[in-house]
Design a protein around this ligand. Structure first.
Ligand SMILES: Cc1ncc(COP(=O)(O)O)c(C=O)c1O
Length: 365
């Protein structure tokens, strides 16, 4: 038996997450310049300037290991959100917290329930841990909470709900969420991934899961500094849950998982209301404009509560993606999510949105 044959079957069978090429490489390959990237749901106005300044200051102390407890960031978060420090775990992006959750709960043969399509990382990491991913089809682009609760078996340890969901941008209905809480057994962990919380929270229709943490020890909420705060490159996110659950996750966390510029930047960004408000404003206006333009062009648009839009291109999305790329606009075709004719586009700056719509109208003509 060779070394590679000894890799567990469930790891060998995984398909590695396909990383996008650096934008400079794409430009060189396609002979284009000044391309706009609307593919990864990043913050188009840039990072919080206060965050950048704090990270810069932290650079002079790079010889020192980061504060492994994340003391100041947890203090800041607990004050802002009215919780205590023991309710928080910090991660190298909220992605790492998804991984910590799965590592804590899933052993070979255990199950996790998630939407299909939803954020791909839930399936990827569950399978990589030898677990079984029970992917429950969305209903009208939205998590089908009834079907998800019904999919739970004796072996189910975790249920993932991305709210808002990626790639659809949809949110779950408040009433259905209440029923869901009653339907899922207390010994199943309910993960509410709120990576796009800041964008959705302005809407009356949106119910975040923070309010349930106090009364339900099987609920964890995930949030991130990667989206509205514009710190995706630094990798910092957090989980909020009961102290008992947090202490279990802390057991599998590496001591210095969040780096010191990231910790410093996140603290400062939390206080940078000006940046956050501008990010939300640019998104709100860009979203309304893009929705209008897409609908004017006859595309079916999924109502989004995040910073991106999913639409039915009514043609092969991979081909449309290529055509847009040649015009210097990078979007995300949804074939990998089983939606061969859908495109996901991130809301950009006004001029980027205009470039996208012009390119799309030409490409789809
Ligand atoms: C639903 C959802 N959850 C989590 C993440 C991960 O964010 P990060 O690891 O940057 O915090 C993303 C990123 O795109 C996402 O869309």
């Amino acid at each position: 038996m060779s070394l590679l044959d000894r890799v567990p079957r469930y790891v060998r069978e995984l398909i590695p997450y396909p990383p996008g090429k650096p934008i400079e490489e794409v430009e060189r390959e396609y002979g284009i310049a000044d391309s706009v990237k609307l593919a990864s749901n990043e913050c188009p106005i840039g990072p919080s300037p206060k965050g950048v300044e704090a990270a810069r200051k932290a650079l002079s102390k790079l010889n020192i290991y980061p504060d492994g407890s994340g003391y100041y960031l947890k203090k800041h978060l607990s004050e802002k959100l009215g919780m205590s420090d023991e309710n928080f775990i910090l991660g190298n992006g909220s992605n790492e917290i998804i991984e910590l959750i799965i590592r804590t709960f899933i052993k070979e043969g255990d199950e996790a329930v998630m939407g299909d399509p939803a954020f791909v990382v839930y399936q990827l990491i569950t399978k990589g841990a030898g677990g079984k991913a029970l992917a429950v089809p969305l209903l009208d682009y939205t998590h089908d909470l009834k079907a998800m609760a019904a999919a739970v078996t004796e072996r189910t340890k975790i249920v993932f709900v991305a709210n808002p969901n990626n790639p659809t941008g949809t949110i779950v209905d408040r009433k259905e969420m209440e029923t869901f809480f009653e339907a899922v057994p207390d010994d199943v962990l309910m993960v509410f991934d709120e990576a796009y919380f800041e964008y959705a929270s302005g809407s009356d229709e949106y119910q975040d899961a923070m309010a349930y943490i106090e009364s339900r020890p099987n609920v964890i909420v995930l949030r991130t500094f990667s989206k509205a705060y514009g710190l995706a490159g630094l990798r910092v996110g957090y989980g909020i849950a009961s102290p008992g659950l947090i202490s279990m996750l802390e057991r599998v966390r590496q001591p210095f998982n969040v780096n010191s510029p990231a910790l410093a930047a996140a603290v400062a960004a939390l206080d940078d209301e000006e940046h956050l408000n501008r990010a939300l404003e640019v998104n709100r206006e860009g979203m309304a404009w893009l929705e209008g333009e897409l609908e004017k062009a006859g595309f079916e648009v999924v109502k989004s509560f995040a910073n991106f839009i999913l639409f039915d291109a009514r043609m092969n999305a991979a081909e449309l993606y290529e055509a847009l790329l040649r015009k210097g606009v990078i979007v995300r075709p949804m074939g990998a999510y089983g939606m061969e004719e859908h495109i996901r586009v991130t809301v950009g700056l006004p001029e980027e949105n205009t470039r996208f719509i012009e390119a799309l109208n030409q490409a789809a003509a």
